[in-house]
Design a protein around this ligand. Sequence first.
Ligand code: GDP
Ligand code: ZN
Length: 327
Amino acid sequence: MSESELVLGVVIGGTGGVWQVRTSDGQTVDASLRGRLKKSEAGRRADGSLRRDTVRTAATILKLAVGDDVQLERSARGDGWAIGEILPRRSVLARRAPGGGQGERIVAANVDQVVVMFAAAKPEPHLRMLDRFLVIAEGNGLPAQIIINKIDLVGESAAHEKFGIYEQAGYPVHMTSVKQESGMLSVRAMLGGRRSVFTGPSGVGKSSLLNTLFPGASLRVGPISESVNKGRHTTVGAVLLALPGADDGYVIDTPGLREVGVWELPAGELDQCFPELRRVREQCRFADCRHVAEPGCAVRDAVDSGGISPERYDSYRRLLEEMESAR
Ligand code: GDP
Ligand code: ZN
């Protein structure tokens, strides 16, 4: 890389101080953030509240996030790299600031999809948790894909019986057995060329799957920088793993998603985060129907007639209660 060259890269990890950037020619360098980029420009209304559309774009406490596309410049002293520009984000995955404070924290930028992986058994799938992950994806305007692994333990038909409700809701469901190497091709295809936040409980086979599909992927891309080892900064948490041979596909591994609680989404918009509710909610008698006890509710009618699964509706009710009591 010469000095005059325009160097573009993607932030693959880092701390509040030093960031690892993978350049477009495949090198990984440490870079600091130019001072002028550090100020936050929150997307707020005049009264200080967050606007829903800007929740996903401008509001940020931490200005730079894993997944950001950046332009690198030589640092002032000329002995390293500095991030001079952050390119516009096409999406973000965000959660509330720790402690429930104002604003939210960007978990990752430029995310194309959220991939939620569960096991058919061992560990026993906790569907309420799966629903919560899906709502997080929907709340951030991101498409979600579901992987159900270890179907060798229960058989394909039992797995379809249990997880068919997600196909009915409109989600792509990939049934896999890493052990028997079945169902792997469609997973590989949907991870290729995209940036995916990959999440799910531990023990479901995430590392096994990624190692099988992309040998070498479990190695964190880029060396852990020295300043990280010194422990002076708190780590941001998320890391981007390049998928070898996957056409610029990245998997974003983040512990942050699991802590997502009731984020900056009004309880009244929860129904929009369930695709099957979203499809019928306009037919409810009342525009502000909560789909709980209101007369003329198209959502409850759909539950009664089998168009919406009772399990998913139950998840909606529980999350709604949680969100309403949090205010
Ligand atoms: P992670 O915590 O999600 O990364 O899960 P791991 O990849 O560490 O896998 C947890 C355990 O599940 C390991 O003992 C794997 O060998 C096992 N495992 C992974 N995939 C399968 C599968 O398809 N079938 C069965 N029976 N076991 C699997
Ligand atoms: Zn309703």
